[in-house]
Design a protein around this ligand. Sequence first.
Ligand code: FE
Length: 232
Amino acid sequence: MLFRQLFDPGTSTYTYLIADIQTREAALVDAVLEQVERDTRLLRELGLALRYCLETHVHADHVTGAGQLKALTGCQTIVPQYAEVACADRQLHDDEEIWIGDISIKAIATPGHTDSHLAYLVNQTHLLTGDALLIRGCGRTDFQSGNAGLLYDAITQRLFTLPGDTLVYPGHDYRGQTVSTIWEERQWNPRLARRSRQDFIEFMAGLRLPPPQKMMEAVPANQVCGQVEVHA
Ligand code: FE
């Protein structure tokens, strides 16, 4: 498997490139509009054909590159079931699997940050956690139908039950961390380790974070696959 973690410094977003080395087929997860040129160049340089552009959720902090990537490469755009993204080619439901050559990408329903969020387990070894589980943190739950109780259940029942050596690749990191493991997060994630569901709900309610700068433009833009004029 070819696996690359790409970073957008403007929004601290990780985009993941996954490819089958034999068939040269590729998928991108959580592409960023401002990085479409970087991504298409890399695909070209590595001799890869983009089959799928997947989203973990409808983002509030950046505009997706999926619509542009589809126009440029003919890839299918894929979003979680129930996400209000009418332009997407396909919706994935919990436990559904897609394949890139011999590599499986399995959807795991992880609502709570948003109500239709998916994590993707790649090759049974690499878990793309989107904004559900971050390294030593988790996604916020105070808008976009967020729900702290549901997020606690999704992380503890669906993600923390995976093998401890499963690699954790988050949708964002703001402190330079790149990868963790399920074991590490079970032990050391300060929001979840040794915290009850009620504790977690109260902690999340007390965060009082400012809204993301791009929220008012990012959410509507992402509901049309990023195919709008963006005024920065
Ligand atoms: Fe998010």
